[in-house]
Design a protein around this ligand. Structure first.
Ligand code: GDP
Length: 627
């Protein structure tokens, strides 16, 4: 507005001033708006619950932030995005951070983690599905014979006659209903699969030879079946033999808590001869009876999910995998994600080697069309969107690389005490030098009582810690307690790989103290004897002044002067002492590493023999999850 006496024509400087004031106002307004936006009390804090492939406008909806706000914030992060553009989870996390809101991935919808996705079926869509059976038991008790007998009955009845392809699982029909058998006897495969989260088996058939009774692997099989909570059916085998004594089997199994139905228990026992086929149909009937009671169900009208039973790379046909469908129906041309790979099903064969177009729940099929070879135990999921499937497979591959770098002990007493909510039950697998100490330790551990914490012992037995123990511990999320027993380096390596802690003790009360402390969640780092290396004695020299010198090859880890040493002969400890001197050639050495030979003497021990295994340990302060 021009004042009287002044020219109405605005001067240049006036115009500038006006412009400046306009700008200032605009700036002030912007500041005000910005300030208003900055004030936290005006912005409700809705967490960003991220779903794979979420777009800017979906993020806006969930977080109740305006789309322009989100776009602006993304620009600050160097991401130019329109409202319909998908934002990856890393960017979304940074965005949430910038807004000061919580970020969570909705795991129930995170397809890169599809193992965790459970799609609930409407009960009205469910129909009964065949049971999946694994046969376990001691070596030579007749598992393979039983699987063969059942399989061959099927071939005869289907006139297939010719060559059938073994695909790791097969189905038989009995009373017009199917039963699926996993075609690998024994518990190694069963445990490995379960350890990887693949609960494939519904029912365990435990084969016990009537002329041999309960043997070590029978007990192991029971532990595995119990840990997986699968119902057990006992097949008392070789009843055709003159020396057969089924009653003794029943007695011995009862003592292990497997009480026969005939004796008032809940475990069906069937007396069979796998070789002659006697009562094998009755065994099949019994499986179907148990299945009926357990009511195994699935929804055939959905996209398939399931597990890889076995896989291989065929020179001509490329990656091949046998899949067992857990739920849904699998079709030729389906896209699927499996392990860290993916594929489109080019061809699908049933267990008789016939081409099939589709396969329903509990059916094993062999498929072609995968990009890479998955591993047994990997889960698969059908998702008929090629672009998405490729993207997810790539993301999973990256994730798994990172995981293998980060891999560390996951099951340890320490982690138990930290993750009380996640692991309210402490599971232990006890190995001891004698049955007396195994029993004593088990009984004392079971007496420990700490409010709010449970303890269960999934196995207490005699002997060294074996690879099988580690697998069972992994499958059951248990810590291994090794009482007065050594573990060989291959077992320790496996434990490390699988993230299982093996704790060594030689005093019961020390073990009880630690377990109680873990249950109370108060475990603090302790000093412990840590095995550091292993060597074999290749030569023995007698030297008048120093006694017996052992010429050794260090097979793993290292040996150090002053380290504790256990002398094992045929797997049994014969002496325990310290390394009194250590030499490389003629020179004194402080430490000798794996791959080198050395000469050493053991304090107060001259009875070293060629072939002895030396296990060295040193005392170290260990953080529990490094052991
Ligand atoms: P696996 O190690 O448990 O798989 O046992 P196999 O099936 O290989 O059987 C071991 C041995 O026992 C073989 O020589 C079989 O022929 C024999 N066998 C298996 N079942 C029976 C049976 O019911 N009766 C008799 N007499 N021998 C059997």
């Amino acid at each position: 507005m021009a004042k009287k006496g002044y020219s109405t024509q605005p001067k240049k400087s006036d115009l500038k001033a006006k412009e400046n004031s306009k700008n200032n106002k605009r700036q002030a307004h912007n500041n005000m708006v910005e300030n208003r936006q900055k004030k936290p009390q005006f912005v409700p804090k809705f967490p960003l619950i991220y779903v794979d492939g979420m777009t800017v406008s979906e993020i806006s909806e969930v977080t109740k932030r305006s789309i322009p706000d989100i776009i602006k914030e993304l620009m600050k992060l160097g991401v130019l995005a329109s409202q319909n553009q998908s934002i990856d989870s890393d960017t979304a996390e940074l965005l949430a951070d910038a807004f000061g809101i919580e970020f969570k991935i909705d795991e129930s919808k995170d397809l890169t983690n599809f193992e965790k996705i459970e799609i609930e079926d409407d009960p009205k869509d469910l129909v009964s599905r065949p049971p999946v059976v694994t046969i376990m038991g001691h070596v030579d008790h007749g598992k393979t014979t039983l699987l063969d007998t059942i399989r061959s009955s099927r071939i005869a009845s289907t006139e297939a006659g010719g060559i059938t392809q073994a695909i790791g699982a097969y189905q038989v029909k009995r009373n017009d209903k199917l039963i699926t058998f996993i075609d690998t006897p024994g518990h190694a495969a069963f445990t490995e699969m379960r350890a990887r989260g693949a609960q494939v088996t519904d029912i365990v058939v435990l084969v016990v030879a009537a002329d041999d009774g309960v043997m070590p692997q029978t007990k192991e099989a029971i532990d595995h079946a119990n840990a997986s909570k699968c119902p057990i059916i006992v097949a008392v085998n070789k009843c055709d033999k003159a020396q057969a004594n089924p009653d003794r089997c029943m007695q011995e199994l009862s003592e292990l808590g497997i009480l026969p139905e005939d004796w008032g228990g809940d475990v069906p026992f069937v007396k069979i001869s796998a070789l002659r086929g006697t009562n094998v149909p009755l065994l099949l009937d019994t499986i179907q009876l148990v299945a009926e009671m357990e009511e195994y169900k699935a929804n055939p009208n959905r996209e398939a999910i399931g597990y890889v039973i076995e896989s291989k790379l065929d020179k001509n046909k490329g990656p091949q995998a046998t899949l067992l469908i857990k739920n849904g129906t699998l079709h030729v041309s389906d896209y699927l994600m499996v392990g860290n790979t993916w594929g489109k099903i080019k061809a699908m064969y049933d267990d008789m080697g016939r081409l099939v177009k589709e396969a329903g729940p509990s059916t094993p099929v062999s498929i072609m069309g995968l990009q890479d070879v998955p591993q047994a135990g990997d889960k698969f999921m059908v998702l008929n969107d090629e672009r998405k499937v490729r993207k997810i497979a790539e993301a999973r591959k990256e994730k798994s690389k990172l995981k293998s770098i980060e891999s560390k002990t996951i099951i340890s007493l320490d982690s138990y005490s930290r993750d009380k909510d996640e692991t309210p039950e402490l599971k232990l697998l006890v190995k001891a030098d004698t049955s007396g100490s195994a029993e004593a330790l088990k009984a004392s551990l079971e007496k420990l009582s700490v409010e709010g914490a449970k303890l269960s012992i999934i196995r207490a037995s005699v002997g060294q810690v074996t690879e099988n123990d580690v697998l069972l511990a992994q499958a059951s999320k248990a810590v291994v307690i090794a009482f007065n027993v050594a573990s060989l380096s291959n077992v320790k390596d496996l434990a490390k790989l699988k993230g299982i802690e093996i704790r060594n003790y030689n005093i019961i009360y020390k073990c009880l103290e630690d377990i109680e402390a873990a249950m109370k969640g108060m475990l603090s780092p302790v000093y412990e004897d840590v095995n550091c290396g292993e060597a074999r004695v290749l030569e023995v020299y007698k030297a008048s002044k120093v006694g017996t010198i052992a010429g050794c090859m260090v097979d793993s880890g290292f040996v150090r002067r002053g380290a504790m040493v256990q002398v094992l002969r045929d797997g049994v400890q014969v002496y325990k002492s310290t390394v009194s001197s250590l030499k490389r050639y003629k020179d004194d050495a402080k430490e000798v590493k794996a791959g080198f030979d050395c000469g050493l003497t053991i304090t107060n021990y001259n009875d070293i023999k060629i072939g002895d295994v030396l296990i060295f340990s040193i005392t170290e302060e260990v953080s529990q999850d490094e052991n």
